[in-house]
Write a protein of this length. Structure first.
Length: 193
């Protein structure tokens, strides 16, 4: 069966709100094992290795990516590397620039991890930049009320996509994300009706 790989954002976890919404929706629709939601390392290069291992283990059966915030940034790199359909939810398209503001001591409230974000991690992020994404791989989901990221940057990076959900208001978590679970599972090829 095709899988949907959820890639969480910065200082988040495998049990983030959107991850749980997708896991619960898949269970309710009779495909409880369709959504893969791993806890990722806070180190970008390590997180990418984790994600590549999951993708490579599922390539044969089929896999679609969904990334939120920093997870969206990771998802673009992986989508291009493996030519995978990908959903981007309020993606942090300028992650290497944005995360420079967070250098130093960090605490992830979801995992209780303490760590230090350094310039080396910014270099790891810079290695993942995609300058010309393949438009037809992506479904871009943005809300203008995102209080963390400027939605216009995502539109600039993705002037064309296979699908666009662009809403006024909302927030960084993507208000009422639950509305889209069926469509997301269909886009991933998990649901066929």
């Amino acid at each position: 069966m095709t899988a949907l790989l959820y890639i969480h954002g910065f200082n988040s976890s495998e049990r983030s709100h959107k991850a749980m919404v997708l896991c619960n929706a898949a269970k309710d629709m009779g495909v409880p094992d369709a959504v893969i939601s791993p806890r990722l390392s806070w180190q970008p290069a390590e997180a990418i290795k984790q994600l590549e291992a999951i993708i490579e283990a599922n390539l044969e059966q089929g896999i679609t990516l969904i990334g939120s915030s920093l997870g969206g940034f990771y998802a673009v790199y992986l989508a291009e590397k493996y030519c995978l359909k990908t959903i981007l939810v309020n993606p942090a398209v300028q992650a290497p620039i944005l995360l420079k503001e967070h250098l130093g001591e960090q605490f992830n409230p979801y995992t209780d991890e303490k760590y230090e974000l350094t310039q080396l991690h910014m270099k790891e992020l810079e290695q993942l930049i995609v300058t010309e994404p393949t438009a037809d791989l992506y479904w871009l989901m943005i809300q203008e009320g995102d209080e963390v990221l400027d939605y216009k940057e995502a539109l600039k990076c993705f002037p064309q996509t296979a699908r666009l959900t662009h809403e006024k208001n909302g927030d960084h978590r993507f208000t009422d994300f639950e509305r889209f679970t069926g469509e997301i599972l269909r886009f991933a090829g998990i649901l066929t009706e």
